[in-house]
Design a protein around this ligand. Structure first.
Ligand code: AHG
Ligand code: MN
Ligand code: MN
Ligand code: MN
Length: 324
């Protein structure tokens, strides 16, 4: 089996990017260790802090954020990092070439019940020219990402990675190495499985309500097949399922907070997951536009997300194009 770094070298990926990915995996291995011990390490439960998203931080949100921040900023290739758990970007070497954004722990409402969580990351390059350290360095559309991926901490830890040339998966071995386990992952074009938090139904737009009603109607409805539903409340786990066996995942805009375009974050969740899904042949949209083409206005910007199997996401987007 092939080591992650050997695989990337064989693919002739830029050696500095390979070094950066190695650094990211060093941090993710440390997070995996902390997660493994759970209650024994005293890492479960909430902290006294609230993040800029307005969420009460779990202890492990903070621990994972600190690990990633420290390990990445120790690497001179890194100019700065932006995180779901930091108010503003944090900077390292002024000569550094890379910017890294991350959701240190995704699905953190699942930590205390011992259900899968993950780390999501995205790599950008510092734009050309002289730039002061500021959040604005990060405000690049997802099409500019050099690499994106996640590590799912489930029954086993798996890295799904794209450097813009397909998606590959690597499993964390007992030796501490990530080994290639799935090459050139593709999302099946059609599916009969969807994921949405149904408890928000009364807050959705009519187009989303109509679409889900038609899925629930099964063989009796216009979609003419029976659908299965999943909701893990961990985007990493949902995207991993979709990369593995297809499906549709959506966290749409809803009227609970009408000023926000959605719950999920463009830079830490929307863009990296969109790059993975598109690189595996799937589609990722807000229901109105391609997520990776959005020009971000601030680092914590929210976005409505619908991604997965090509034909199913296209069908959902069509519901949004019909007049009400
Ligand atoms: P995070 O734990 O990083 O804040 O993200 C949680 C996200 C995502 O992983 C998941 O799909 C969604 O929030 C779950 O939200 P609900 O609890 O509203 O279903
Ligand atoms: Mn959070
Ligand atoms: Mn998240
Ligand atoms: Mn998070």
């Amino acid at each position: 089996m092939q080591l992650l770094s050997n695989f990337l070298k064989h693919k002739k990926i830029d050696t500095e990017l390979v070094e950066l990915i190695d650094t990211l995996m060093l941090a993710c291995k440390e997070i995996a260790l902390q997660l493994r011990e759970g209650e024994l390490a005293g890492v479960l439960g909430i902290s006294d802090n609230t993040n800029i998203q307005g969420e009460t931080q779990k202890k492990l949100d903070i621990i994972s954020n600190e690990i990633l921040k420290k390990v990445l900023l120790d690497n001179p290739l890194v100019r700065g990092v932006a995180s779901e758990e930091e108010d503003h970007a944090v900077f390292g070497n002024p000569e550094g070439r890379f910017l890294v954004t991350f959701d240190p722990l995704d699905g953190s409402s699942n930590i205390d019940i011992n259900v899968s969580v993950g780390t999501i990351f995205s790599v950008l390059e510092v734009p050309a020219g002289e730039h002061e350290d500021s959040d604005s360095l990060f405000l690049q559309p997802g099409t500019q990402q050099l690499a994106a991926g996640y590590v799912l901490y489930g029954p086993h830890a798996v890295l799904s990675l794209t450097t813009g040339d397909g998606v590959n998966m690597f499993t964390l071995a007992h030796t501490g190495d990530f080994l290639l386990t799935q090459e050139d992952v593709t999302v099946p074009e059609t599916t009969a499985e969807f994921a949405i938090n149904m408890s928000n139904q009364r807050f959705w737009e009519p187009a989303m309500r109509n679409y889900i009603d038609d899925l629930l109607a099964g063989t009796e409805g216009p979609r003419a097949q029976n659908y299965n539903m999943r909701w893990i409340a961990s985007m990493v786990a949902e995207v991993h399922r979709i990369l593995t066996r297809g499906g549709l995942f959506t966290y749409p805009w809803d009227s609970r907070d009408p000023k926000k375009p959605g719950k999920l974050r463009l830079m830490y969740e929307g863009n990296p997951m969109s790059m993975l899904i598109e690189q595996a042949g799937g589609v990722s949209s807000t229901c109105y536009q391609r997520i990776m083409e959005i020009q971000p206005e601030h680092i914590h910007q929210r976005v409505s997300v619908a991604l997965g199997s090509r034909e199913e996401v296209k069908a959902l987007v069509e519901y949004h194009q019909k007049p009400e």
